[in-house]
Design a protein around this ligand. Structure first.
Ligand code: GDP
Ligand code: GDP
Length: 453
């Protein structure tokens, strides 16, 4: 494989599977003026128009979400790349080289009214070595008379030339059919689970989980009957909170008190993991009256690794006085660096203080977890960011970020396609800026890097 998911964020358990979730990538190459941008616009329809270029200015967007016959893919316009090679022929060939290593399929565009030029030949020579599918678009075939010129493009050795007129939209349907046939199928994103959203309530023993659950369910066990057509797993509880019904998963264990048995802690941690795995959003209860403990950090690690959305509930707030409050702030800033994105709610399961406030935080966290930034918007933001603060040079080389896509949701996962390794510090910088721009409060964001070998 040309690609390895070399560089997953080791610290949050993002794995190769996430990268596999990417929409397939189609890169468009060809020399200037053959009609690449026009064709890209044609393929995108009105969905995400390509920004018009000013000569001499790098395009601010290079990748877009495209769709044909119900198949989604990422369309990359290599015209926005700045290859290091100089001279037109060398630089277009270098673009083709990168495209071949980066994309799942390559679309090469030639101008049929001109025929194959030396630059087209150079590009074809590169692409003939491609292990990925290559499609050949013969553009500017505005009428039948040019069909004989199209046939001559077989000489490029890239298979059948597809005649199109990007300007008039002629025959682009046939080309698009060929494109989606050539691209690998995008794996389906996790099926949406219907019904109430699934919440796990976790935290170390004695933090107040069963007290909170009792407060939340109160006398309203009847809500179970009021949700039409819902079969409730007896280990879960349906809870109405702030006008919405939530499914608290695996709560049966919380109602039983088995803290004394030997090995209880081990079983508690297994139970915690199982609850997190079957949830979409996790409420992590912390005891505000005590310092953060090792056990708290272990629970938080499980949550971060799971990729679930998260709300931090600081319980026993009724015991917190002015002095403790100040101390707590410092402890939390130090202890919660890996979940700075999670909202904090100060509650008391005993008095019921602010318990309702958990609902808006849960909603925010889930909507972040479900959020997707369109590829065009993402790249427009990213190219600006990288122009202002390029990745640090490593071993004398400046890694380039070619483009990015948000490969998945639940959790939101970005894939950066680069020509070199990106340091953890730089990835964190990207994540921080990404959150400043797009939000994602309450949800983890994973950043995977695909380095071409
Ligand atoms: P790029 O540099 O490869 O991105 O090319 P552009 O998309 O900017 O197009 C270059 C020129 O060719 C523009 O003036 C377009 O209007 C024109 N053009 C693009 N597609 C067609 C086509 O199918 N037929 C004709 N006649 N002109 C086209
Ligand atoms: P669990 O082990 O996490 O389920 O914790 P419990 O709900 O059993 O609570 C452990 C102890 O903490 C009990 O004595 C509760 O009464 C007490 N507790 C729970 N929540 C609060 C709170 O908000 N304030 C105070 N002061 N005590 C609480």
């Amino acid at each position: 494989a040309e690609f390895t998911a070399l560089d997953n964020q080791a610290d949050d358990g993002a794995g190769e599977e996430e990268a596999e979730l990417s929409q397939p990538v189609l890169a468009v190459v060809g020399r200037p003026n053959v009609g690449k941008s026009t064709l890209v616009n044609r393929i995108l329809g009105r969905r995400e128009a390509v920004v018009q270029d000013t000569p001499g200015v790098t395009r601010d967007r290079v990748a877009y979400d495209a769709q044909w016959a119900g198949r989604r893919f990422t369309l990359v316009d290599t015209g926005g790349w700045e290859p290091s090679a100089t001279g037109l022929q060398a630089s277009v060939a270098a673009q083709a080289e990168l495209a071949m290593k980066t994309a799942d399929a390559v679309l090469v565009v030639v101008d049929a009214s001109v025929g194959a030029t030396a630059t087209d030949e150079a590009v074809a020579k590169v692409l003939r070595r491609s292990k990925r599918p290559v499609l050949l678009a013969a553009n500017k075939v505005d009428d039948e008379r040019l069909m004989s010129d199209v046939a001559s493009l077989w000489s490029l050795g890239l298979g059948e030339p597809y005649p199109v007129s990007a300007l008039h939209g002629r025959s682009s349907g046939d080309l698009l059919d060929a494109i989606v046939n050539a691209l690998p199928e995008a794996p389906r994103e996790g099926a949406v689970v219907a019904g109430p959203r699934r919440v796990a309530l976790v935290g170390k023993p004695n933090v107040g989980k069963s007290s909170l659950l009792n407060k939340l369910t109160g006398e309203q066990r009847s809500v179970v009957d009021s949700v039409a057509g819902t079969t409730v797993d007896p280990v879960d509880s349906l809870v109405e909170l702030d006008g919405q019904v939530w499914r608290f998963v695996d709560t049966a264990g919380l109602r039983k008190r088995v803290h004394t048995a030997s090995g209880a802690e081990y079983y508690a941690s297994l139970r915690t993991k199982a609850a997190i795995d079957s949830s979409e959003v996790v409420i992590v209860l912390l005891d505000a009256s005590e310092p953060l403990s090792e056990q708290d950090l272990r629970v938080l690690t499980s949550v971060v690794e799971s990729g679930r959305a998260c709300v931090l509930a600081l319980n026993k707030w009724d015991l917190v006085d002015e002095d403790r409050r100040y101390q707590l702030e410092k402890e939390l800033d130090r202890g919660l660096v890996r979940v700075t994105w999670a909202e904090r709610v100060n509650i008391s399961a005993l008095t019921g203080r602010a318990v309702r406030k958990l609902a808006p935080s849960l909603r925010t966290a889930l909507s972040s977890w479900d959020q997707r930034v369109p590829t065009g918007q993402l790249n427009s933001w990213l190219s600006e960011l990288i122009a202002a603060t390029p990745p640090p040079v490593r071993g004398g080389k400046q890694p380039k970020v070619l483009f990015a896509t948000q490969a998945g949701i639940r959790p939101p996962t970005l894939v950066l396609f680069t020509t070199g390794f990106l340091e953890a510090g730089y990835r964190r910088f990207i994540e921080r800026k990404f959150r400043e721009r797009f939000g994602f409060e309450g949800s983890p964001v994973r950043i995977n890097v695909r380095v071409r070998e």
